[in-house]
Design a protein. Sequence first.
Length: 228
Amino acid sequence: MKKFFAAAVALIMLFALCVPAFAGTAIDALTDANAKEIATAVAQQLDQSATANFSQQNYRDQFVDAAAAAITAANYDTAEKRNAAIDNAVAALQADYPDRQLTEENAQLFKDALLPKIEKAYEESQLGIKPFDPSEVVENVADGFSDGDLDALFDTMRNTINDLSDRLTGAFNTVTGGSSSSGDSGSSSTDQPEFGGSDATGDTAIFAVIGVAAVAGAALVLTRKKAK
């Protein structure tokens, strides 16, 4: 008989320990899958401590973190889904845990903290794509450059632009039939084209224009960064 009672008590105690693992009836009845995963995650936190409640911020923070970690972020793709899920979850938690001080005021504090976390989780779930911010280009393009580095870079760019300008002038003279001979009478330039290539053509002019534009654009961006 003693063994029977001992076994019965052990079973009762085991069942009592398992009770907190089951969600309440209101949470079980949720048909909104998003709301159910939020409410279930919070319920698990509540079941782990008999003193956990919504009136204390440290507990609310734990509830928010648990809910944000448990959600399937891709399912919260609209503001309507996010708001409805949180509202339905809170209503179920209020019904199943009436003793945890989930008043309207505390519920609003919980919602205000959870909503931005769910929004962020959804954005991060979208293949890591974030909205393009043009200001970040100016901020990051010269990141790590000192004033001395930028001064040297500007000098190099200035020399490059001057060199390209000279080439551009020579190219246009060739295309339009201009002369590149010296002022001495009877003498003409017999210099061979640089790099052993053929005489400059219109293609050279086009590439020169592109080069000048690219270098000038880079100098403008870095100048703006330095001015800040």
